[in-house]
Design a protein around this ligand. Structure first.
Ligand code: PHB
Length: 386
């Protein structure tokens, strides 16, 4: 066989390489989110945020076309294992993105760990996911429940409040957020005099509001989100409490909910890792693009979905789309500096965002930043050994 000249060999090699890249199958992304129920709007905005970033990359991450598989988890932990197995076993997805509800996400994380499927949590705060149940293949682009609770506790104590009551849904997110609040509030000299709760996703708040009125604490700390948060904030106002006992909360009680809450939300002070009016070119560009694309405003959930895609993009770029190369994939994700609309963040050794928590006040249709509650707050990652 005649020997090809060097130029031809090079061209042949380059063509073969391009062909191999072109032949990479689509990247299968499994979105397991609530698309019905009290958290439906949250799931919807996470998906929009995720798709926005992928679209900005021409529909590809790490050179691979992104293909979506979707399951509505209904925020129903009892169905979560069956639901996640639809994505892992039936659809054979490459990566799991989900979910919103902590109980659902804990079941997903167990299945992801067992099957060694890459998983990115775009909301659910369950502390154990980046704590006792942590795993090298499980990352979070959102927060741990402890974080916003702790940040709000710092601010409530700084405001001089001394006697607090808490109110939430009785499940991991509510209980862990209240724990974070209590830790910081009591460190700051306050005392939580009573914890109130009701089962998720109930919204019969009346008896609990009557109890708050009777106890007259200095401040109430609440964790609710989505449809439940809309009703809670309106009921708190209608009971006459808004004028007598300041209501504070992690910012989920007023994020993505303001149009429905109307006047009842005006003036509420919360803390969160996002605020609508962060005046950086990054946030402005993100908000404009989101609004133009989807004809609606983004919120914290949209940001977390967008950043889940960004984090995945960093990992895939490092291995040129080859998910089998786990070591360099994880290494790149672990040391990512994510250029988020919320502000840049890194990941803790347990793979949870280390991020600033803002003080926000509701003004009109916006959660407006008025200060910083805690800078670069890292979840303690208790119990994580991987
Ligand atoms: C959760 O279940 O972890 C959760 C749900 C909704 C939120 C925040 C946390 O807004």
């Amino acid at each position: 066989m005649p020997i090809a000249p060097r130029r031809t060999l090079f061209t042949l090699a380059a063509t073969a390489c391009l062909a191999a890249q072109a032949q990479q199958p689509p990247l299968k992304v499994g979105l397991m989110l609530p698309f019905t129920g009290t958290y439906a709007a949250l799931g919807d905005n996470i998906e929009k945020g995720f798709r926005l970033f992928v679209n900005e990359q021409g529909g590809k991450l790490g050179g691979r076309e992104v293909q979506y598989f979707k399951v509505d988890d209904e925020s129903e932990p009892a169905k979560a294992t069956d639901n996640v197995n639809k994505l892992i076993k039936r659809d054979q997805v490459d990566v799991l993105v989900g979910s919103v509800h902590s109980g659902v996400a804990l079941a997903m994380a167990r299945a992801a760990k067992e099957s060694n499927t890459l998983m990115i949590v775009p909301n659910a705060g369950a502390d154990a996911i980046t704590g006792a149940q942590c795993a090298p293949n499980i990352f979070r682009s959102s927060f741990s429940n402890w974080q916003p609770g702790y940040a709000t506790g710092v601010v409530a104590a700084q405001k001089g409040h001394r006697r607090a009551m808490t109110i939430t849904w009785n499940y991991a997110a509510g209980n862990e957020t209240v724990k974070g609040f209590t830790e910081a509030f009591e460190k700051g000299g306050g005392k939580v005099i009573k914890d109130l709760s009701l089962p998720f996703p109930n919204v019969e708040f009346q008896a609990l509001l009557t109890e708050i009125a009777a106890q007259k604490p200095d401040v109430v700390f609440a964790f609710f989100a989505g449809g439940g948060a809309v009703k809670f904030v309106k009921d708190y106002d209608a009971a006459g409490l808004k004028k007598t006992v300041p209501l504070m909360g992690s910012g989920f009680i007023t994020d993505g909910t303001l149009e429905a809450q109307g006047a009842s939300a005006q003036g509420l002070v919360t803390t969160l890792h996002y605020a609508d009016n962060i005046e950086t070119p990054r946030n402005t560009a993100f908000r404009n693009k989101f609004a133009v694309t989807f004809r609606t405003n983004p919120d914290v959930y949209a940001v977390q979905g967008y950043d889940a895609a960004q984090l995945l993009g960093v990992g895939l770029a490092a291995v040129k789309g080859d998910l089998a190369r786990r070591e360099p994939l994880y290494a790149a994700m672990n040391k990512a500096l994510v250029d988020s609309p919320r502000g840049r963040f890194t990941l803790s050794p347990q793979r949870n965002p280390v991020q600033d928590f803002y003080i926000r006040e509701v003004k009109g249709h916006y959660n407006v930043m008025t200060g910083i509650a805690v800078k670069a707050l890292a979840d303690p990652g208790r119990g994580c050994r991987h």
